[in-house]
Design a protein around this ligand. Structure first.
Ligand code: HEC
Ligand code: HEC
Length: 220
């Protein structure tokens, strides 16, 4: 009798242990991951005071050529990290951004990307000015683009940028730079190769007309 009671207890104990493992352990793992992400975000926030002058204000423009400073708050984390690394490696061209990215460590850039991406649900998106008839024409041309950037400009994977609600002038600028090879990315260099200026303007206005999570980084 006694051994049986013990073995019964053993089964219960094992079940109990499994339950404990199933409930406590994964939640611990989850907590550990999100704590790390939270500290990345906090550190990233500290590193981005100097960025507010350009990325914290609505409608700021760069001159020659004229285009709006892109919205980076709420953009996808992996895309942001890649973008910053590309400035660092000279695969992208804007001198101020190259200087910023080259003066920082890879860890800094990872944390900044985590901070900007964490603003995904905190900004109140307002679509920028766009041209309605151009947006309508652009809507018919984005079938290929939708495979990665989504039908409405919300990317299907975190390594692709959201385009919804981005400034049309910046999107045109980006497409031009891919076409001329000033900005280097194998996929996008070939995607932009055969677009005319008209196509770029129409497509840019279509994506700009869509609602998404992109916005300005908050002032503090
Ligand atoms: C002088 C204005 C200015 C300042 C200051 C500035 N940026 Fe930028 N940033 C720009 C412009 C303009 C672009 C687009 C350049 C291009 O065409 O590649 C850009 C692009 C970016 C991009 C890529 C966006 C995309 O959609 O691909 C990221 C990420 C970024 N900046 C982060 C930062 C961070 C982080 C800081 C501060 C450490 C910063 N920027 C400071 C003007 C600025
Ligand atoms: C196979 C996936 C794929 C397809 C299809 C694709 N893209 Fe992209 N797109 C990307 C990736 C990856 C990037 C980021 C490249 C980089 O780091 O410069 C990007 C970047 C961009 C950017 C720059 C955004 C920014 O914030 O700087 C624009 C604009 C863009 N794509 C427009 C288009 C358009 C228009 C089409 C259709 C003609 C298209 N893409 C098709 C994958 C794709």
């Amino acid at each position: 009798m006694k051994p049986k009671v013990w073995s019964g207890f053993g089964v219960l104990a094992q079940l109990g242990l499994l339950l404990v493992l199933a409930i406590v352990f994964p939640s611990r793992v989850h907590a550990a991951v999100s704590t790390r992400r939270l500290s990345e975000i906090a550190r990233g926030r500290m590193l981005t005071f100097t960025c507010i002058g350009c990325h914290g204000l609505r409608g700021i423009e760069v001159t020659y050529p004229f285009y709006n400073v892109p919205k980076v708050a709420g953009q996808n984390r992996l895309y942001l990290f890649n973008a910053l690394m590309d400035y660092r490696k000279n695969l992208r061209n804007f001198p101020t951004m190259r200087a910023q990215a080259q003066s920082m460590t890879v860890r800094d850039l990872r944390d900044i990307a985590a901070y900007f991406a964490s603003l995904r649900n905190q900004v109140h998106p307002r679509t920028p000015l766009f041209n309605r008839s151009e947006a309508k024409a652009g809507a018919k041309m984005i079938t290929t683009c939708a495979a990665c950037h989504g039908l409405h400009g919300i990317a299907v994977a975190p390594e692709f940028p959201d385009l919804a609600g981005q400034y049309p002038s910046y999107l045109v600028r980006a497409l031009k730079e891919y076409q001329t090879g000033l900005r280097k990315n194998a996929i996008m260099n070939s995607m932009a190769a055969n677009l005319t200026h008209r196509d770029m303007v129409d497509i840019a206005n279509y994506f700009a007309s869509q609602k998404g999570p992109l916005g300005q980084i908050p002032k503090r």
